[in-house]
Ligand binder design. Structure first.
Ligand SMILES: O=C(O)CCC(=O)C(=O)O
Ligand SMILES: [Fe+2]
Length: 212
């Protein structure tokens, strides 16, 4: 497999957008050959219904989300490269924005036709330590008529759409986890992606957080 080094200009654009607006959408952000490797790897995974809520109160909520997920481990070349890319972005964001991002976790996701994820935020203000969300899309030849867009809503105004992102292969969406409500609309075809989160370290003497 060819190695694709993260483009410093791409990392710069993302950091700059986050600074200015709190989100960044990069079309053709990821190399197509690498996306195809990630797609092959995704399809080899044993996927499980995703849960909702913090670890201790996590439940399946098919009314809220219908995606199937598998957590990403550095056990294949394509996934190691994804984690390397995430580490490079983490370093760029910390250098440029002093965010103090401390750890990264991510999962593959498959939304079968009709599957959705209702409007939510990835972190609850003051409670969670997810700070920045990253979504990478793996689907070649996605048409807007296929549906399946992710809609980002204005902070504190979950009725006002800011931007609609189609899950075309190579597109990367990065946004502040606590600020932006977002949803995944149902698609007419299988929709493959990676969702990841950077956390800050909020450990105190009573608990170790993040847990992994
Ligand atoms: O797949 C997407 O577009 C977003 C997924 C998402 O919001 C999540 O997993 O929290
Ligand atoms: Fe989300």
């Amino acid at each position: 497999m060819t190695t694709f080094l993260p483009d410093p200009a791409l990392l710069d654009r993302i950091a700059n957008d986050l600074y200015l607006t709190g989100f960044s959408i990069q079309h053709q952000g990821l190399d197509p050959a690498w996306c195809n490797d990630l797609l092959v790897l995704l399809k080899q995974q044993t996927l499980r219904s995703a849960g909702v809520g913090r670890t201790d109160t996590r439940r399946n909520h098919p009314d809220i989300r219908r995606d199937q997920i598998a957590w990403i481990e550095p056990d294949a070349a394509a996934s190691r490269q994804w984690l390397d890319f995430a580490a490079a972005l983490q370093q760029a964001l910390n250098r440029r924005l002093f965010l103090g991002l401390f750890s990264f976790e991510s999962h593959f996701a498959h939304y079968a036709p009709g599957a959705f994820y209702k409007t939510h935020v990835d972190a609850f203000r003051g409670e969670s330590n997810r700070v920045v969300s990253v979504v990478a899309y793996l689907n070649p030849g996605w048409q807007q008529s296929d549906g399946g867009s992710m809609v980002l809503y204005q902070p504190d105004q979950p009725d006002t759409a800011l931007v609609e992102v189609w899950p075309e292969q190579g597109t990367l969406a990065v946004f502040l986890s606590e600020e932006f409500p977002h949803e995944v609309k149902p698609a007419h075809r299988d929709r493959y992606s990676i969702a990841g989160w950077y956390r800050v370290n909020t450990s105190d003497s009573n608990r170790i957080d993040p847990p992994r």
